[in-house]
Write a protein that binds this ligand. Structure first.
Ligand code: SF4
Ligand code: SF4
Length: 502
């Protein structure tokens, strides 16, 4: 096997015998064949539905689908000869780098488009671009000149899909409002729901109503507490645990059912594997998969059989906090725009940091905790995605009536951060790069790649990226990113803060 699509890739180079994520050699081969079949279909203009295209790509994201049977079934449905992915891996290193950037970016776009389509939104235009990108990945005649514009276009299309997803989520579930969420689990049967799919949460809340089963969010589901149409269910009680990489520890022996709607699933340990369920593009051999009818009865029955805790139980954040705050999407932040602009003008707010992105297992990720802890008291921290679990249980005070840490939502809500940045730039009559705003991004998997491409498409400069740079970025491509956009790797929290604030 050969896979280097995520941040935890072996030796910061590539997983070649088994995935650090738990993906087997055989699963990697099948995922390559699925990608190769979709590439052939895109090149030939063969009939593959938008739904199949998106599900097929989503299933190849890191920590989504480990089930060889499910991937083989997708390959069968695509029904095309495989383009050989080793053609990409054996290509000139810059071509390989750009094609990988394009493919992984397109996988991220596909994941966001999948969530839009699940809420009934039209993604035909997005899928047309994805097909164009896949066709380019499979075109052996493409060099840097042809690939670079397509990589930049990936950022543009991802911006469009994030905007559409924001519309889909807020039109369906209302505008998020700030809310404090407990990390304490009440006695009695409960289900923990993870992933990014708000529609699945809504269905689960409907199906558990009056059943004596409480629902807790996990990981990227935390921000759903802020949506009025989800928060209105009294049995949506709180949040369970922290970010995805801690699930094997936090789920061990817990008397509850776990439902994964999207990434990030880790191979379940024996002590809780009998209570983990998957749906949509997620899969793992031996786990019960809830199909398209979204009948969550097996999940509910399992939760009732396990019965939950007898006493309240708090799973604290990594800094020991017992609650977290979320719901500062663009609607909530921009409703305070006047106060924020005045605070910047008066000097009460000196700088904004966007510290966000994925979390992961690498030890260097405590950089992000250290960074937030060391920021001066007159600065605001905007955050999103699961990287926030490094610091979202910290109480670092308030500024201008707002908490200093503003959680804008999932990685799916990156549009909120962009919209706030653009609105502030307009209010100050300057460009985004002239704002007192610095982005410190943590990356892990392919959705983060597509978000990074969006920020580059928007011309955002001087992003700091950590904890390590992607293995698929060649020295020449890295040079291009440094010279054109000033991208820099994270160093230490103290050094970076000093360099940013001068
Ligand atoms: S997804 Fe990441 S950890 Fe898994 S095989 Fe690929 S590079 Fe390795
Ligand atoms: S932000 Fe990225 S790493 Fe974190 S749960 Fe979401 S998809 Fe996974």
């Amino acid at each position: 096997m050969f896979c280097f699509q995520c941040e935890q890739t072996a030796g910061c180079k590539a997983c070649t015998s088994a995935g650090v994520c738990g993906k087997t050699d055989n699963t990697a081969r099948l995922q390559d064949e699925l990608t190769g079949a979709l590439i052939t279909a895109a090149r030939k203009g063969a009939e593959v539905s938008d739904a199949l295209l998106l599900e097929g790509l989503f299933a190849t994201l890191t920590n989504v689908n480990f089930d060889d049977g499910a991937i083989a079934a997708l390959i069968k449905r695509v029904n095309q000869p495989f383009y050989d992915m080793y053609e990409v891996r054996d290509a000139d290193e810059d071509v390989r780098s750009l094609k990988s950037l394009l493919l992984f970016g397109a996988r991220g776009v596909a994941a966001y488009a999948y969530n839009c389509a699940a809420l009934g939104y039209d993604v035909a235009g997005i899928c047309a671009y994805i097909r164009k990108a896949l066709a380019a990945v499979g075109d052996d005649g493409y060099g840097m000149d042809e690939l670079l514009p397509l990589v930049m276009e990936c950022g543009k299309v991802n911006f469009e899909v994030l905007e559409l997803l924001d519309k889909a989520n807020t039109s369906t579930f209302g505008t998020p409002a700030p809310v404090k969420v407990t990390q304490t689990v009440e006695p009695g049967a409960f289900i923990v729901i993870s992933g990014h799919d708000l529609g699945d949460l809504k269905l689960l809340l409907e199906q558990t109503q009056g059943r004596g089963v409480n629902v807790y969010t996990h990981g990227e589901m935390l921000p759903t507490h802020a949506y009025p149409e989800l928060a209105k269910y009294p049995h949506l009680k709180g949040n369970f645990g922290t970010a995805w990489q801690n699930q094997q520890k936090e789920f061990a022996d817990v008397p509850a059912a776990f439902l994964f709607t999207t990434n990030c699933l880790m191979p379940p340990k024996e002590s809780y594997a009998d209570r983990v369920f998957t749906t949509a593009a997620v899969g793992y051999p031996g786990l019960v998969h809830i199909g398209g009818d979204k009948d969550f009865a097996p999940v509910i029955e399992k939760a009732l059989a396990l019965g939950g805790y007898a006493e309240p139980r708090t799973i604290t954040g990594i800094n020991g906090g017992g609650s977290v705050t979320t719901g500062f999407g663009h609607g909530a932040v921009l409703s305070n725009a006047g106060t924020i602009v005045d605070a910047v003008k008066s000097g009460a707010i000196s700088h904004f940091f966007l510290v966000g992105g994925c979390d992961g297992a690498r030890p260097g990720r405590n950089y992000f905790t250290d960074f937030v802890k060391q920021t001066p008291e007159d600065t605001i921290i905007l955050t999103l995605a699961c990287g926030k679990y490094r610091f979202n249980d910290l109480d670092i005070g308030e500024l201008g009536g707002l908490p200093r840490i503003l959680d804008m939502g999932q990685c799916n809500d990156a549009y909120s951060a962009i919209k706030v940045a653009l609105a502030l730039a307009e209010a100050f009559g300057c460009g985004v790069n002239d704002l007192p705003l610095t982005m410190i991004l943590s990356w892990y998997e392919q959705k983060a790649v597509s978000i990074l491409l969006t920020l580059l498409y928007l011309g955002v400069k001087n992003i700091r990226l950590g904890p390590t740079l992607p293995a698929f970025v060649s020295p020449n491509v890295l040079n291009f990113l440094v010279e054109s956009f000033g991208i820099a790797p994270t160093t230490t929290a103290a050094e970076d803060i000093k360099a940013i604030l001068g």
